[in-house]
Design a protein around this ligand. Structure first.
Ligand code: COA
Length: 391
């Protein structure tokens, strides 16, 4: 293979949690008119992790089918993007490396920049594969989105992991070189080290996101990117799915196009199906949008897709990918639908109990109750160490 061969997403698999809370149940508890959730923010349910699930178990569950299909011989790098990190020093990906039995000749790192981290991981992975097209990089985005109970952010929680195998001659999507970048120092959403829940200024965050759409699109044009009308669809980061509609309307306006409702629906509609029932999965969200699009669109062969990845704080990137001929044979549509359908409904009280769980910091033995039926479980803490089990 030459250094000029196309590089991109060769396989994509995702996992989500054991439990699901419907927005009807949340609305019934807090007295919100359900239209605000279903229409106002575009959310119908949220994935809720079991007591023995976390970003590692979700990540391993997402990546396991990829390793089963492609083997691990060519994977010399694992990049784990998250903003719900479990350790300040050790990369969560090392637990995944162990659970999946990856080779020791491998580098494993964790990346953070709010919901943008997985896009940095993807771009860095592409650089590594261009340097040596025989190598593959496993990119994992895994997050549990958690806000305070009874706060405005609560209705936009969720959890999921997406694993992507980045390689030369990819079977799904070739990532193009032109990329539009934007960074601005804003405090729209953050989580200090001493907090388990994020802080967010919702309205500020919507405005910061829209500014970042403008900034990254402007730079994308200056970097020789495509024109807006060339794209078949747009995958936006979706902290709540209505945000994708707001963002696309804003982009059309900014670029001098009409904001026709049907055009916006055609560009966005098929990207929201998974995020609307999973909730915010932070780093994974834009790639869950891609999965939903590829799984549902009639035929996207050779069509360019626009990606807008936003991470509060803030960093954004607009880039493009072209869908590879024959991609339909490599989709995981049935498995994707199954991981969503298999979640068990939890009532409001059950969700609240899971939300309020925390571990004593005393270094004692703190096993977790066996709740998950997924392939991996977080068995608890002992001597300040996290214990994981594969089934
Ligand atoms: N029927 C239909 N729509 C309704 C409604 C009803 N009964 N009641 C309210 N709405 C609409 C509002 O008009 C509003 O729509 P608009 O945004 O198009 O104006 C929308 O529902 C939300 O209402 P709002 O009053 O703004 O809700 P909120 O104060 O609870 O905040 C979020 C909503 C999304 C800002 C809040 O949940 C949040 O902060 N989430 C976290 C955001 C985040 O993750 N940001 C970081 C990453 S980008």
């Amino acid at each position: 293979m030459s250094n000029n061969s196309a590089v991109g997403i060769h396989d994509l698999s995702f996992a989500t949690t054991e439990f699901v809370l419907s927005h009807e149940a949340l609305a019934e508890y807090n007295g919100t008119e359900i239209g605000k959730y279903h229409i106002g923010i575009g959310q119908r349910s949220m994935s809720v992790p079991a007591a023995d699930e976390d970003i590692v178990t979700l990540a391993a569950a997402a990546a396991a089918p990829i390793i089963a299909k492609h083997g691990n011989e060519r994977i010399r790098t694992v990049v784990f993007a998250t903003e719900s990190s479990i350790d300040q020093a050790k990369a969560a990906g090392i637990y995944v490396h162990s659970l999946l039995g990856l080779q020791s000749a491998c580098r494993v790192v964790e990346l953070k920049q709010a919901c943008y981290g997985a896009t940095a991981a993807l771009q860095f992975a592409i650089g590594l594969v261009k340097r040596d097209p025989d190598q593959q990089v496993l990119v994992i985005a895994s997050d549990v989105s958690k806000y305070d109970l009874d706060s405005p952010g609560e209705s936009t929680q969720g959890a999921a992991a997406v694993a992507m195998l980045v390689s030369a001659d990819p079977a799904l999507v070739r990532i193009e070189n032109a990329s539009g970048l934007f960074t601005a120092d804003v405090m729209d959403f953050w989580r200090p080290n001493y907090r388990s829940t994020a802080l967010v200024d919702g309205q500020e965050s919507v405005q910061a996101y829209l500014q970042a759409v403008e900034g990254s699109w402007k730079d994308y044009g200056e970097q020789g990117g495509r024109t807006l009308e060339q794209f078949a669809a747009f995958c936006y980061h979706q902290p709540f799915t209505k945000m994708a509609y707001k963002a696309h309307r804003h982009l059309l306006n900014y670029a001098g196009f009409d904001t026709d409702k049907d055009d916006i629906e055609r560009a966005i509609g098929q990207t929201v199906a998974y995020n609307t029932v999973v909730g915010n999965s932070y780093t994974a969200s834009v790639y869950l949008a891609l999965a939903a699009l590829l799984d549902q669109a009639d035929d996207l062969t050779d069509r360019p897709i626009g990606f807008l990845s936003y991470g509060s704080g803030s960093v954004a990137e607009f880039f493009a990918g072209t869908v590879v001929p024959g991609y339909q044979q490599h989709l995981r549509t049935e498995a994707n639908l199954e991981v969503i359908a298999r979640r068990k409904p939890v009532d409001y009280a059950g969700y609240r109990e899971l939300h309020e769980r925390s571990f004593p910091a005393d270094g004692g033995d703190h096993p977790t109750p066996a709740q998950t039926t997924g392939p991996f479980r977080f068995a608890g803490l002992s001597g300040h160490k996290r214990l994981y089990q594969a089934r």
